[in-house]
Structures are given as structure tokens and as C-alpha cells.
Design a protein around this ligand. Structure first.
Ligand code: SAM
Length: 219
């Protein structure tokens, strides 16, 4: 099993011990392989909706896991063919709108899903709001320097409210204010200040100024 990235390690670390996890958009299969080989999950499902990645995924699982019969490899769309008994769903390395679409397309398939872990690489506020609307609350969040935020949701109503900028930069990370996360926010402020220094329409400039003020408040 190849060494996995810090981002994938963070995802693996958020999976509850003993879970039956489904990794949607599994691609290389590193996450389900690590979950099985480390004894975190007794059983996993790895899902891909494209033939090329699906074939690679099945080959990787057969080659890298000690007991491939514990892995269900599925060529299917999103959560449409979630196996019975899956209690944890992982959606990683995707845009937030795609994550929201995948979950929203089959909410009935989530009836027994207690935990959802997402790693949205864009449109984070949309993804987090979709999870809240589906009846999940934000339970844990990991910041992976220098740019990734991984969120774990548990079934239950989310009663807290956050604005879009806080959702973008991590509501729980914003409470913890770890040094690496503060550096991430300072870099986001620098990027906006560099943009403001250029020729910009006034409307865009005032949006950036507002974001800079809000980002400074997060620090
Ligand atoms: N999850 C891995 C990671 O985080 O490194 C791979 C991320 S890769 C960028 C996204 C994968 O999601 C691609 O392999 C793509 O084929 C798959 N995918 C996209 N939409 C999907 C869907 N509706 N159902 C299943 N897989 C999907």
C-alpha cells in the first residue's frame, strides 16, 4: 500500500472505528484500502461512476488489500446503489456543488447513514448547507495545511448558524484558531489585498474589502 497524502490521512482519521464506509468517487481507492488494511472498517464499498477509474479501482483493491472480499466495488452513480448496512459515506476531492447534487439526488439512500465525511475542493458553503438541509450537523473538522478542510457530519439537526465566509474557511477551525489555519487566513487576506491593488470595477473592490474585514474578524 503506497503512503497516502496528509489529506487522505485526515479523511481516514475521521472514519469511526468499526464503520461500514462507502467511498463515493473513490478513483485510486487509497481511502477504502487504508480503512480495510488498518482494521478501521470490517467492510467497505468503493464507488465510481466512470469505467476507467472503476477498473483501476477494482485492480487496486484486489492487489493492495489482504482480503478483497471485504470490499464491494461498484460502478454506479453517487449514492444511488449504496449497499445495505453502509453507515458512513465519504465524498472527497470533489466540488461542493457535485457533493450537494450527489447527496440530494437520493436522500432516501441516506436513511441509515449516521456519518458523512466531505472534502469539498470548491463551493464549500453550498456543500455544508446541503448537509444541514439533509439533517446532518457538523461534528468535526480537520484543517490540512496549506489548503484543505475536511468535515465530518453526524445525523441530527444543526442548530448553529454561520455566514458563508465562515463556512468557506471552516466553522470549527475558526473556533480553534490553530497557527497553520491562521496562516491560511492571512494568505487569503494577502491574495485579496493584491487583487485590490489592481484595476478593478468598484463593485468587485467593495466585495473584496468586505471579505478582508470579515476574514480579519475570523483571526
Ligand atoms: N476521492 C478521491 C480523492 O479524494 O483523492 C478521488 C477524487 S477524484 C478528483 C473524483 C472522482 O469522483 C473521480 O474519479 C470521478 O470519476 C468520481 N465521480 C464524480 N462524480 C461521481 C458520481 N456521481 N458518482 C461516483 N463517482 C463520481
Amino acid at each position: 500500500m503506497p503512503k497516502i497524502s496528509e489529506r487522505l490521512e485526515a479523511i481516514v482519521s475521521l472514519v469511526p472505528q468499526g464503520a461500514f464506509a462507502a467511498d463515493v468517487g473513490s478513483d485510486h481507492g487509497y481511502v477504502p484500502i487504508a480503512l480495510l488494511n488498518r482494521g478501521i472498517c470490517p467492510q467497505v464499498q468503493a464507488i465510481e461512476n466512470k469505467r476507467g477509474p472503476y477498473s483501476r479501482l477494482c485492480r487496486a483493491i484486489n492487489k493492495e488489500t489482504e482480503n478483497p472480499s471485504k470490499a464491494i466495488c461498484s460502478l454506479s452513480d453517487g449514492v444511488s446503489d449504496l449497499s445495505d448496512g453502509v453507515d458512513t459515506v465519504i465524498l472527497a476531492g470533489m466540488g461542493g456543488l457535485l457533493i450537494a447534487d450527489i447527496l440530494g439526488a437520493h436522500p432516501e439512500r441516506l436513511a441509515h447513514v449516521k456519518t458523512i465525511i466531505i472534502d469539498a475542493h470548491s463551493e464549500r458553503p453550498e456543500a455544508l448547507k446541503a448537509l444541514f438541509a439533509l439533517g446532518y450537523r457538523l461534528e468535526e473538522e480537520r484543517f490540512v495545511p496549506d489548503r484543505y478542510l475536511i468535515d465530518r457530519f453526524a445525523k441530527g439537526e444543526e442548530t448553529r448558524q454561520w455566514d458563508d465566509l465562515t463556512l468557506e474557511f471552516g466553522p470549527l477551525a475558526a473556533e480553534r484558531k490553530a497557527p497553520a489555519w491562521r496562516a491560511f487566513i492571512l494568505a487569503a487576506i494577502d491574495r485579496r489585498e493584491a487583487l485590490i491593488a489592481r484595476e478593478l470595477p468598484e463593485e468587485k473592490r467593495s466585495i473584496l474589502k468586505k471579505e478582508i474585514t470579515e476574514l480579519k474578524e475570523l483571526l
